[in-house]
Design a protein around this ligand. Structure first.
Ligand code: ZN
Length: 100
């Protein structure tokens, strides 16, 4: 891949990942203490995905789809805790993307 396409890919990835990160922080779907770490790593995540394409990973708990393994890892720290703290008659409600 030449530099032009690599740069283009990087910019696209940057916008996809930034959007996902904005969404996660806005809806508080990652723990408070990892937010700045995640935001600092947006360029790195975007850069790593110029080599292989972005693949979406689905959270096994709430079905939200995220474009990076690192984001999913941070989200699971939150999601697994929510699961543990739920009482028997509670369910998690999120507006995750659904594939048909
Ligand atoms: Zn989740």
């Amino acid at each position: 891949m030449n530099n032009f396409w690599k740069r283009l890919q990087y910019k696209q990835n940057l916008s996809i990942i930034s959007k996902a990160v904005n969404d996660l922080t806005r809806k508080n779907l990652i723990p408070e203490y990892t937010k700045s770490y995640v935001i600092d790593n947006i360029p790195k995540m975007a850069y790593n995905r110029t080599i292989d394409k972005i693949r979406y990973l689905k959270c096994p708990n709430c079905n939200i789809q995220l474009p990076s393994r690192m984001l999913m890892h941070q989200h699971l720290k939150y999601c697994n805790n929510v699961e543990k703290n739920l009482k028997d008659n509670e369910t998690i409600v999120t507006d995750a993307k659904v594939d048909f």
